[in-house]
Design a protein around this ligand. Structure first.
Ligand SMILES: Cc1cn([C@H]2C[C@H](O)[C@@H](COP(=O)(O)OP(=O)(O)OP(=O)(O)O)O2)c(=O)[nH]c1=O
Length: 191
């Protein structure tokens, strides 16, 4: 049985694209980088923490036949890591920083079974258009930035802010479908 340890509706939708059946586990982990932790290490650690939390929420009997999948997405600009904005001001600051620049979106996936665990990370490059104060205020007022790493959603109106994407659309949206399918095949699922 496959479990998705995530409260994200985007991840449900993207995992659904693979045509596998799965159940949801609600997990909540602390998402704070360690001092000096590299973004690529941080995103993989958090994905693993989510998978571990999901795993621990299952009873022993269920664990024996379970696969738990979790993911984490962070927006990375230089050495700054942007998770989900805390409030509107935070969202404005993130969008100001991203304006007219190219950033990385890192999405890590972790899959756990009783015998092993494997992970992968997908890094995409996203170029934002130059945004003025009014553009940013209007976008934040839509409410879309909340609950999204970097304060935007490629799958929503946020697409109008993006000049180009080099990488994985599903990875930016929250679950890199190619890497996820490859990992699940490694655990014997036919996807
Ligand atoms: C960059 C970007 C992120 N996002 C979302 C994906 C993730 O849901 C969120 C990043 O926060 P995460 O902490 O990765 O995930 P989450 O808290 O939403 O869900 P979970 O329960 O699995 O921990 O940002 C988009 O929906 N579109 C985008 O374009």
């Amino acid at each position: 049985m496959l479990y998705l340890a995530s409260q994200s509706p985007r991840r449900r939708e993207l995992l659904g694209q693979l045509g596998v059946s799965f159940s949801i586990l609600d997990v909540n982990v602390v998402e704070v980088p360690f001092p000096e932790e590299l973004p690529v290490d941080y995103v993989q650690r958090v994905a693993r923490d989510k998978a571990q939390a999901g795993w621990e929420s299952l009873n022993r009997e269920t664990q024996a036949h379970a696969l738990v999948l979790a993911s984490d997405t962070e927006v990375v600009l230089g050495d700054r890591i942007f998770g989900k904005p805390k409030d509107a001001d935070d969202a404005v600051q993130m969008l100001q920083a991203l304006s007219g620049r190219t950033h990385d979106v890192m999405s890590a996936v972790c899959v756990m079974s009783a015998k092993r665990e494997h992970g992968d990370v997908c890094i995409s490059r996203v170029r934002f258009a130059e945004l003025d104060e009014a553009d940013i205020a209007a976008y934040v007022a839509t409410g879309e930035p909340f609950g999204k790493a970097g304060a935007y959603a490629i799958q929503g109106k946020g697409a109008t802010l993006i000049q180009y994407l080099e990488g994985s659309y599903s990875g930016v949206m929250g679950l890199p479908v190619f890497e996820t399918a490859r990992l699940l095949r490694g655990f014997g699922l036919s996807v």
